[in-house]
Design a protein around this ligand. Structure first.
Ligand code: MN
Length: 279
């Protein structure tokens, strides 16, 4: 529940983000699935994202680092390369808004961002990001945190190569058929995406599996992919959730990580950390 004081004094159309008045080290957003030219634009809450970013900027927030924790741009359902070439202005708008609240920018590659066997971004997108000062990684790490999209617990490199090739072939075949992309989307959702209907236990197992695949030392893990926002304090794990469904994101100040949920009408609320999930 949102505290009463938080709702008060909220200007209409400009929800206030009650982050503490400190300079934050980082903000993490994942699974935006940005599609400028499609009916999914509204579906993926893209207008809300602009509202949040505008509101943050108006309130003077400046994050030292911003992370897109994977699946920022669609490239499977909808080719981000084609979208970019057709709507460069939409991309400028998105990245200008993200850059307006951040000094250093990092783009983590997610499973939806590429059809490449080597997991690289489409060339035109990569050079666009680089020109704007974004650094592109599959995995980022510093002294405090490891940042990874999180599909790595679902398939290894070999399976990835097979699945991505299959997805690409299907895309080529189905995209020329009427209604084919819906079939394609259904295939991806059922075979390649994380099953969002799983139990909390399965979800916890998934996060543990992801942890077992990495050597993180004492660092925190920030990932996305599952579209399930959660703050596992005992595991030092943050899942950003996603923007496209839950409108959630993570902030960091030193070793203090916080998970937030955004609402167009009421602003943000803190999602409290959970301890162990009872079995
Ligand atoms: Mn993903």
């Amino acid at each position: 529940m949102m505290a009463k004081g938080m709702a008060k004094g909220m200007a209409k159309g400009s929800p206030r983000l009650r982050l503490d008045r400190v300079s934050y080290d980082a903000i993490y957003l994942s699974d935006i699935h940005f599609i400028p030219e499609s009916s999914r634009y509204e579906q993926n809450n893209q207008r809300s994202l602009y509202r949040l970013l505008k509101s943050l900027k108006e309130q003077g927030f400046m994050f030292d680092r911003i992370f897109i924790v994977g699946d920022g741009l669609e490239n499977w359902f909808v080719s981000s390369r084609d979208q970019f070439l057709n709507n460069p202005k939409a991309y400028h708008q998105l990245f200008e808004a993200l850059e307006g609240i951040s000094r250093k920018r990092f783009y983590i590659i997610g499973n939806h961002c590429t059809r490449s066997l080597r997991m690289v971004l489409p060339r035109v997108i990569k050079s666009y990001l680089r020109k704007r000062g974004w650094k592109v990684f599959q995995e980022y790490r510093d002294d405090t945190v490891v940042v990874i999209h999180g599909h790595q617990a679902q398939y290894g490199r070999f399976q990835w190569a097979v699945l991505i090739q299959l997805a690409y072939l299907l895309y080529m075949v189905l995209s020329i058929l009427p209604g084919g992309l819906q079939w394609y989307e259904r295939f991806v959702l059922s075979v390649i995406d994380y099953d969002k209907t799983g139990s909390e236990q399965e979800y916890l197992r998934y996060q543990r599996k992801l942890l077992s695949k990495m050597d993180r030392g004492g660092r925190w893990l920030v990932s996305g992919h599952t579209h399930r926002p959660i703050h596992f304090q005992h595991l030092r794990v943050m899942n950003t959730g996603d923007w496209s469904i839950n409108k959630t994101f993570v902030t960091q100040k030193n070793l203090d990580f916080k998970l937030w949920e955004y609402d167009d009408r009421t602003g943000v609320r803190l999602i409290p950390p959970v301890g162990k999930i009872p079995s």
